[in-house]
Design a protein around this ligand. Structure first.
Ligand SMILES: [Zn+2]
Ligand SMILES: [Zn+2]
Length: 351
């Protein structure tokens, strides 16, 4: 199951290289408009459809509109709605833990694109999207997700010739990198308002490029809503777009976070930033793990004992984080381990 997913790797390479052909064909005003329109519409189908609807059920809509949203999403060449939503739901369940499929703890490249190039993630955990896989038309789209973008490509070719097809590739690449930046950039750079258990951040420029998805720390704090910009100045074009659709009754019941949720767990209120603490903690355990492996003069029983200590600490931390601990619980945990940790570290330095 492991190894490189070659069909995806080749497709990504072709999409990235194809726009270079514009150097030969040249580019018209009509091409530029199509590039922009495809970026905006397909971006919206991903953020408003695949993400806020299929992954989080942030609002509701009728079955035909649901199909249109899914169909629009497939045109962005990001696989089918079930595959996308299943992986994304898993990301929220396991954010920045060891089994998170695209956490930057495994490196920026992995979080940005690498995880999709691995055969390991070719299949999505479809048991997480049973609510949508019950619809045969959605299952059909998920299976044949590459047909709508092929049709779109042929249309571009017929209407505007080769250069219009190439700008369609270009806009696909823009949509790719902005969508992927939500997984990579907004788990590394930006500000944190809420003490979530992951490393999510709010980034205004990612939010600008992804129509609101860059308010990722907000989103991880309260994911099941149609809204990601929680303050008036946090521009969230996806939400505004959904609001417009709701005036035409194409979508309904847009969920917004309740007032109490917005006030809860704010770092400035003195809540311990458990997500960032977890990150530091992980680095400390990785360092210890490496030292144990490297230490040549360690007796076997000593090595086993240290590995056991590390295993126990990791498990306790995991359990504690899952229980959404109070600041006091966290401090107690840290105090109980840090002395032993320091002693182990000293011992390993001479081993
Ligand atoms: Zn995330
Ligand atoms: Zn999400």
């Amino acid at each position: 199951m492991t190894g490189i997913n070659w069909p995806t790797a080749i497709a990504f390479s072709v999409f990235h290289l194809a726009p270079l052909g514009l150097l030969w064909t040249g580019i018209t005003i009509a091409d530029l408009i199509v590039c922009f329109v495809l970026y905006v519409t397909r971006g919206f189908f991903i953020t408003g459809g695949y993400h806020r609807y299929f992954s989080h059920r942030g609002y509701s809509m009728g079955r035909s509109m649901q199909f249109i949203m899914a169909l629009g999403g497939t045109c962005a060449l990001q696989s089918g709605p079930l595959w996308w939503a299943a992986h994304h739901r898993h990301h929220h369940k396991a954010s920045d833990k060891e089994d998170d499929i695209h956490s930057p703890i495994t490196g920026f490249f992995w979080a940005h694109i690498g995880w999709m190039l691995s055969n390991k993630n070719k299949e999505a955990p479809l048991e997480l999207v049973r609510d949508f896989s019950k619809y045969p038309e959605i299952r059909w789209l998920d299976r044949w997700h590459f047909i709508p973008p092929i049709v779109l490509g042929i249309l571009c070719l017929l209407i505007g010739g080769i250069s219009m097809l190439l700008v369609a590739f270009l806009s696909t690449v823009f949509t790719y990198h902005t969508t992927w930046a939500v997984n990579s950039v907004t788990h590394l750079f930006g500000t944190r308002r809420y003490a979530t258990t992951d490393t999510s951040r709010n980034s205004w420029w990612v939010a600008f490029l992804t129509f609101g998805e860059g308010w990722h720390n907000n989103h991880h704090h309260f994911p099941t809503t149609a809204k990601a910009g929680f303050r008036w100045f946090e521009i969230d074009l996806t939400y505004y777009g959904l609001k417009v659709l709701s005036y035409f009754r194409l979508v309904r019941h847009l969920k917004v976070p309740p007032h109490q949720a917005l006030q809860r767990c704010q770092i400035k209120e003195g809540n311990t930033d458990i997500g960032m603490l977890s990150k530091k903690w992980r680095h400390a355990t990785i360092k210890l793990e490496r030292l144990i492996k490297k230490a040549r003069r360690l007796r076997d029983e000593e090595r086993v004992a240290l590995e056991e200590f590390l295993g126990k600490v990791k498990l306790r931390w995991e359990e504690l984080v899952n229980r959404r601990p109070t600041s006091e619980m966290l401090e107690n945990m840290i105090w109980s381990v840090r002395i032993k940790y320091a002693r182990v570290l000293r011992r390993l330095k001479y081993a």
